[in-house]
Structure formats: C-alpha cells, structure tokens
Design a protein around this ligand. Structure first.
Ligand code: C2E
Ligand code: CA
Ligand code: CA
Ligand code: CA
Length: 276
C-alpha cells in the first residue's frame, strides 16, 4: 500500500513545487514590471441608466509582459496581495490615475470621475495622507477620484477602518463597495460605513433576467441601496435583457461589455468625446 501511495505523493509535491516556483517567478517579474513601466491602467465606462451617458470609469490594472503579452490582474493581484507588493502596486495605481486625470485636464477635456480599486492591505492609517499627497501633486479635486473597496475590509470591521473611511470621506473622496453580496459582511455593518455606492457583483448579474435567485438578489440590493440613499452600479452587464431588467429595478449605473470592455486611456477619451 505504501508503494502505491508514492506516485500520488510525488505528483502532489511536484505540483506544489511548481506553484511555488510560478509564484516566485511572478513576484520577481512583477517587481521588474513596476520598475520598467510595464504596468498600465485601462478604463471601463460606467453608464447612467437615466441619461445613457458615461458618468464614470473604473481604472483596471494591466500588465504588458514583454513575452507573455497582456497579463490579467486575476493572475498577478493575488500574488501581489500575498507578497505585500500590492502596497507598491496600489500606490502606483493611485499615482497613475491622478496623473491621467491631470493630463486630461491639461488637454482641456471634461472627463468623468475615475474609480480605483483598493486592496484591503492598502487600507491603513497612512492612506488618507497618501491620497492627499497624490491629489495635491497633480492638482486633482477629490470628486474626480472614487475608491472601490471590498467587503473583506468591513469584516475586519475594527474601529480604525471606520475612522480611515470617515477621514477619506471628509476629504471629499467617495467610497464604493465592490463585489457586493459575495463576501461575508452582515447587512448590519453597512450602515456603520460611509459608503455612497454599491456595486452589484457580476455573479448576480449573469443570471438576469432568467434566474429567479439572481433576480431576487439584484432586486434586494437595489431596494436596500435606494433606502440607504446609495448609488447602485451593476457590473458585468453583457446583454440588453440584463440592462432592461436592471433599468426596471431602478439601478443607477451599468458597467459591462455591453457598452465597452476596459480600454486604454486614449480610447476611453474618444468614447467620452463621442458620447457628448
Ligand atoms: P473587479 O474590481 O470586480 O473588476 C471588474 C472585473 O470585471 C474586471 O476584470 C473587468 O474587466 C471585468 N468585467 C467588466 N465587465 C465585464 C463583463 O461584461 N463581462 C465579464 N465577463 N467581465 C467583465 P479585470 O480587469 O480582469 O480585473 C479583475 C479584478 O482584479 C478586479 O475585479 C479587481 O478585483 C482586481 N483589480 C484590477 N485592477 C486592480 C487594481 O488596480 N488594484 C487592485 N487592488 N485590484 C485590482
Ligand atoms: Ca472594482
Ligand atoms: Ca467588482
Ligand atoms: Ca467582481
């Protein structure tokens, strides 16, 4: 029996080995990527259901790897989170988003606010000051930036998190709760946090309007958000049917491939100009 176990064990450890090596490789390449300017932000429009206009954008990280091409954040963000590199990456994102907003202003363009994703690990006592510095450096008004955070932050739930959020909001920055409904936060948490926008996760949008459970969840989120005077954004909208359903619910904004994939800044700029 012992002998027959061996191949399985060997296979297992080899697989582990490979994952560890892959992880280390991504980590070291990611450091180089930061230094070599291989990272970029793509922008995905958020569209108002009332006006049909682009009223915002989400900035999404892209890595233009010299050999492997465009690497998705789904691959490297988890590695960056584990190694702590996410702090540097996150600072780069804030810097780049503010820099882009400044370039748009200098070009005389009126562009909608840009939302950046924050990792829970970026959310420390130094964050408000780092945000203030970036805004100041690029002469960006706080209304031009929005911060997307996830429920994992709320679960951490301790007093400092609320204090940091309140500080950011007092500076004029708006907070959006991302991937809403997929985490573990109780609804009771929600009212303690100064959140102005709820984003319905794509997982619940995908089944609209046919999956009864998805419909019920989407309806519940929109109703609750309206009661709490929050803006509701649905993400991952791909079909006209989904759009119609969300409009009937009273959802405020949509984001998804139906309108556009995330695109480079210049393409997003053209989209906004064309929509005016
Ligand atoms: P997320 O914040 O939930 O971002 C939405 C993801 O859904 C994006 O994937 C976007 O490209 C994708 N998406 C948008 N519309 C559609 C659609 O209609 N259909 C489908 N199938 N997908 C759609 P992306 O860009 O690959 O990013 C994945 C995740 O990586 C993000 O999820 C976010 O958690 C993380 N991420 C991306 N950029 C950053 C960043 O700058 N900082 C941090 N901390 N995380 C980031
Ligand atoms: Ca997001
Ligand atoms: Ca999301
Ligand atoms: Ca999501």
């Amino acid at each position: 029996a012992g002998a027959s176990m061996e191949p399985a064990l060997q296979f297992f450890s080899e697989e582990m080995n490979q994952r560890v090596r892959e992880h280390l490789r991504i980590e070291s390449e990611l450091r180089e990527a930061l230094a070599n300017g291989e990272l970029m932000l793509y922008y995905q429009p958020k569209v108002s259901l009332r006006s049909g206009r682009i009223v915002g954008a989400e900035a999404l990280l892209r890595w233009r790897h010299p050999v492997r091409g465009l690497v998705s954040p789904g691959v490297f963000i988890p590695v960056a989170e584990e190694t702590g590199l996410i702090t540097e990456l996150g600072n780069w994102v804030i810097e780049e988003a503010c820099g882009q907003i400044r370039r748009w202003r200098e070009a005389g363009l009126a562009m909608p606010p840009v939302a950046v994703n924050l990792s829970a690990r970026q959310f420390d006592r130094g964050l408000p000051q780092r945000m203030a510095d970036a805004l100041e450096r690029h002469q960006v008004r706080p209304e031009q930036i929005m911060l997307e955070i996830t429920e994992s932050l709320l679960v951490r739930g301790a007093e400092p998190v609320v204090a940091i959020m309140n500080e950011l909001v007092a500076m004029g920055l708006a907070l959006a709760l991302d991937d809403f409904g997929t985490g573990y936060s109780s609804l009771a948490y929600l009212k303690k946090f100064p959140i102005s926008t709820l984003k319905i996760d794509r997982a619940f949008v995908v089944g609209l309007p046919h999956e009864e459970n998805d419909c019920a969840i989407a309806r519940a989120i929109v109703t609750m958000g309206q009661q709490m005077r929050q803006e509701i954004v649905a993400e991952g909208v791909e079909t006209m049917d989904q759009m119609a359903f969300l409009r009937d619910l009273g959802c405020d904004q949509l984001q998804g491939y139906l309108f556009s994939q995330p695109v480079p800044a210049a393409d997003f700029e053209r989209m906004v100009r064309a929509g005016r």
